[in-house]
Design a protein around this ligand. Structure first.
Ligand code: C2E
Ligand code: CA
Ligand code: CA
Length: 455
């Protein structure tokens, strides 16, 4: 009987006759499988096979050279085609071979990446050979007569006892090359800590959409805002909490800066707004009419129709926008004041309170306050906590509060942890306060109980 690989022809439905390709001899197939057909260099499989020998007994470094990043390569592929991209990779491989004097096995381990193992015993010092390889790509590579600039980067991983797995070593090298791309010499050394942090950050971002759909993972805590004169609770700040199924509690201080870099900040802010509005509504029904404040990210302000969106959410929940406060960090507002000021003005026109968060923490200039359409200045907790120890900070605090009030803003001090600070702030005429002394952030139910017990 004829085997699948031995029929003389293959017939397509329209009658086209193609030569039938026969199955390869097993040994030939195995050997071909160990080579890259574009560069004819040993490939990742061969690297894995050779790895125990490459590792040796220590003192060796895995060097991964990436000729370009994925985007650069894909752009080239789309613009100039596969044959051209293959030329680019082949020429890159040739250059690597020449510069190393063909003294090493160079493995073609990814579409545009090559690996070699060299002796190197000085951790953190870029070996001259690697610096030389990077420099080799300063000049464009000529592909089919067209000069193409490579975007080369190198990642280096010391092959110590913790790197017994070849796949893990290559992954670590790739991560280091990616890190290296952002550095002046385009070289990165493997750093277990940043790699772990990177892994965690990626995982948090990947898992967030599921958390947004899951009723149990995300929640809001509410921290009381107190009128400094009467001692009454005027409102509460809604603060995000995430209980991640694997990592446990994830602080917003870690999460928000990550999410801010992505489009996920919109659905997250939507979630927080809806939840905060619903809770405020519940409090109001229970006779607790409070202003609830929500933290808004800079990216939310670039969202077209942001003010209308917030209004629509209030309307859908039948909630009075006048009892909603939105907090914006000062730096983000000032970065693009021409665009942000009209959005803040629109929010205020709808009756919402607009506050400037963490004022006085960074490079805040008091003069800038005149340009911001806002109602409230929230004084940076770092500054508030230092007033007891540094006289210059007490002076700055006094200036901020008096200028803010002089310009018609209300002032709220955050991070009040002791009575002395509370009394000092009172004497400075600060309108509102927030801090562990006055009340910790609590789940809505606990906040309700706390409020009933206190007032
Ligand atoms: P923030 O807006 O400045 O919030 C105040 C932070 O200070 C909160 O930290 C609060 O728990 C903490 N805090 C309050 N009183 C005291 C005190 O007396 N002493 C000390 N040491 N800390 C105090 P948290 O909840 O970890 O939030 C950190 C930051 O994450 C917030 O800073 C805010 O910028 C951001 N964030 C929290 N929730 C959200 C959210 O829903 N959306 C956005 N975009 N950002 C959020
Ligand atoms: Ca805040
Ligand atoms: Ca703050």
């Amino acid at each position: 009987m004829e085997g699948i690989g031995t029929a003389p022809t293959a017939l397509l439905a329209d009658g086209t006759v193609l030569p039938r390709h026969s199955l390869l001899d097993a040994e030939v197939a195995r050997v071909i499988g160990l080579y890259d057909h574009v560069t004819r260099l040993p490939n990742r499989m061969q690297f894995i096979d050779d790895y125990p020998l490459l590792m040796g007994r220590g003192g060796r470094l895995l060097v991964l050279v990436a000729l370009s990043d994925a985007r650069h390569y894909n752009d080239m592929l789309q613009a100039l085609g596969h044959a051209f991209a293959d030329d680019f990779v082949r020429d890159g491989a040739r250059l690597l071979g020449e510069r190393t004097g063909y003294a090493y096995n160079i493995y073609h381990v990814g579409v545009v990446s090559f690996a070699l193992v060299i002796e190197h015993t000085m951790p953190g010092i870029v070996p001259p050979l690697v610096a030389d390889l990077i420099a080799a790509f300063d000049e464009p590579i000529a592909c089919a007569g067209i000069p193409v600039r490579a975007r080369v980067a190198a990642g280096m991983v010391p092959l110590d006892d913790t790197m017994r797995d070849p796949a893990e070593a290559l992954r670590a090298a790739l991560t280091s090359a990616r890190e290296g791309r952002t550095k002046p010499g385009a070289c990165g050394f493997y750093d277990r800590r940043t790699d772990a942090a990177h892994g965690r950050a990626t995982r948090l971002l990947t898992d967030l959409p599921e958390a947004l759909a899951d009723a149990d993972q995300l929640s809001l805590h509410f921290q009381p805002r107190i009128d400094m004169e009467t001692g009454l609770c005027t409102g509460a700040e809604a603060l995000l909490r995430w209980h991640h199924p694997h990592f446990g509690p994830v602080s917003p201080g870690e999460l928000i800066p990550l999410v801010d870099q992505t489009a996920l900040i919109r659905p997250l802010t939507d979630w927080v707004l809806d939840r905060a509005i619903a809770t405020a509504r519940g409090f109001a029904k229970g006779g607790m009419g409070l202003r609830i404040s929500v933290n808004i990210s800079p990216r939310n302000l670039t969202q077209p129709g942001f003010a209308d969106m917030v209004m629509a959410r209030c309307a859908a929940a039948d909630h009075d926008p006048a009892s909603l406060e939105l907090e914006f960090s000062e730096g983000a507002l000032m970065a693009d004041i021409g665009h942000t000021a009209p959005v803040l003005a629109a929010l205020r026109q709808h009756g919402m309170t607009v506050s400037i968060d963490d004022f006085g923490g960074g490079f805040s200039a008091l003069g800038e306050l005149t340009r911001l359409p806002a109602d409230m200045i929230k004084v940076d907790p770092g500054l508030v906590r230092r007033v007891g120890t540094a006289r210059s900070d007490a002076f700055l605090l006094r200036q901020i509060i008096s200028t803010a009030r002089g310009l018609g803003f209300r002032a709220c001090a955050e991070g009040i942890e002791d009575r002395e600070t509370f009394v000092l702030l009172q004497s400075l005429g600060c309108d509102e306060g927030q801090g562990y002394l006055l009340g910790r952030p609590m789940p809505a139910r606990d906040f309700d109980l706390w409020h009933r017990a206190t007032y």
